[in-house]
Design a protein around this ligand. Structure first.
Ligand code: ADP
Ligand code: MG
Length: 389
């Protein structure tokens, strides 16, 4: 991939000067969904699938941006003097958003750049390709312009700020944090209320992580996501009239049962119940992973999906079909939707001897029921974003 990008960069922008290379992963969340904006825990991993970039500073204020994945659009040209969101700017808005964030936060980007990117994260699959390109951009800026005091956490927060304030998607911190901090072979147990974290080795023995991509065209994802966020905020506000909490993540299951009647709207009640119990499940799952109790870990994954289906209502027919088909297969320890939902993908832990049958059987069941095919990937847990040459 690096060689391919290098060739493309030279072809589009010339071979002279200091061309640098970067990689930024995608991510999969093992458990802890829709908890990261509720002050709860998450347990994601960075993937070896990700986005590669080749970049060079310019002497003027021009930005020339090109993606192998959107090659039909050609080179997108703009300038540091136009860092506003434009619909017609398409995918480049994510990158412009990060540059805009750096400038807003006191890290002025004063010279333009040429940038070629290309990735192998299945498109629109829910493996956070947007956070991947945001953190790629953040790494490029830190390295090219010498913002050496910025920590990985700073950059994760900048990526999130760009996605929230520039692109209008009110995501929590999980995606950007994972992409920035990822570690080979490890999940990140992150407390999103204070950003304390711990790396947990993911030792699956004779099993693997399998991603099943629904290929459902995602529409309304951002607006539905923002709606869930508002519903949780409303539930929290009602609870705060009786208990002294800053987030739903502070409540144990028992504490929630004691006060739940305060929430009058039945929809808000369901959303809050998911946020509280999903957080508890994630805390339990981290323990199970440490103790190598994969059976329990898998059961918690299944329960997570059911809660996302019934209480949070973010799965939909496609993700339910994938998860439910997986639960009926031999050799499957657990399976759940991962990411925001409303399409995207599931993550399953499948014993290696059963992977081929899993893909065959879940694939044909899905095609029969949904009418089009799902795609399957065996994924590996990789490192966070950084310079590679
Ligand atoms: P997710 O983050 O779950 O993959 P999003 O809808 O949040 O899905 O982000 C996908 C968008 O990110 C794409 O539509 C595109 O605009 C941008 N993007 C992701 N990867 C690339 C890439 N390699 N090149 C250009 N744009 C990309
Ligand atoms: Mg995204």
């Amino acid at each position: 991939m690096k060689r391919k990008l290098q060739n493309r960069f030279c072809e589009l922008f010339g071979a002279d000067g200091d061309i640098r290379f970067y990689f930024s992963p995608g991510r999969v969340n093992l458990i802890g969904e829709h908890t990261d904006y509720n002050g709860g825990h998450v347990l994601p991993c960075a993937l070896t699938n990700g986005t590669y970039g080749a970049a060079r500073v310019r002497k003027d204020r021009k930005l020339r941006l090109y993606s192998e994945n959107f090659s039909n659009a050609g080179v997108f040209e703009t300038s540091l003097d136009d860092l506003a969101y434009h619909d017609r700017a398409g995918w480049t808005n994510y990158l412009k958003g990060v540059i805009w964030t750096f400038c807003t936060k006191g890290y002025p980007v004063e010279k333009g750049l040429d940038l070629v990117i290309g990735g192998n994260i299945p498109n629109g699959s829910g493996l956070s390709s947007s956070a991947s390109i945001e953190l790629l951009m953040a790494m490029v800026l830190k390295d090219l312009y010498g913002f050496s005091d910025l920590t990985k956490t700073d950059m994760a927060l900048f990526g999130q700020y760009a996605e929230n304030k520039f692109c209008g998607m009110n995501c929590g911190i999980m995606d950007q944090f994972t992409v920035a901090m990822g570690k080979k072979g490890h999940a990140i147990f992150l407390d999103t209320s204070n950003l304390n974290y711990e790396y947990v080795p993911v030792k699956l023995g004779n099993a693997s992580l399998i991603i099943s991509v629904s290929n459902k065209k995602r529409r309304l994802t951002d607006s539905k996501y923002n709606e869930r966020r508002r519903e949780c905020e409303a539930a929290l506000k009602e609870l705060q009239s009786a208990v002294n909490i800053r987030s739903l993540g502070e409540l144990t299951g028992e504490a929630f049962e004691e006060v739940r009647e305060i929430i009058k709207d039945p929809v808000h009640l369901k959303r809050a119940r998911h946020a509280v119990y999903e957080n508890q499940r994630t805390i339990q799952a981290e323990k199970a992973l440490k103790e190598r109790d994969l059976k329990l870990f898998g059961r918690l994954m299944n329960e997570s999906h059911i809660s996302l289906r019934d209480d949070y209502e973010v799965t939909g027919r496609e993700l339910d079909t994938l998860a439910e088909a997986a639960w009926n297969q031999p050799g499957v320890l657990g399976s759940r939707m991962t990411g925001a939902g409303f399409g995207g993908c599931t993550v399953s832990i499948v014993e290696n001897g059963f992977v081929d049958a899993f893909i065959r059987n879940v694939g044909s069941f899905y095609k029969k029921k949904i009418g089009y095919s799902a795609d399957f990937y065996k994924v590996e847990i990789g490192a966070g974003a950084g310079r590679i040459g």
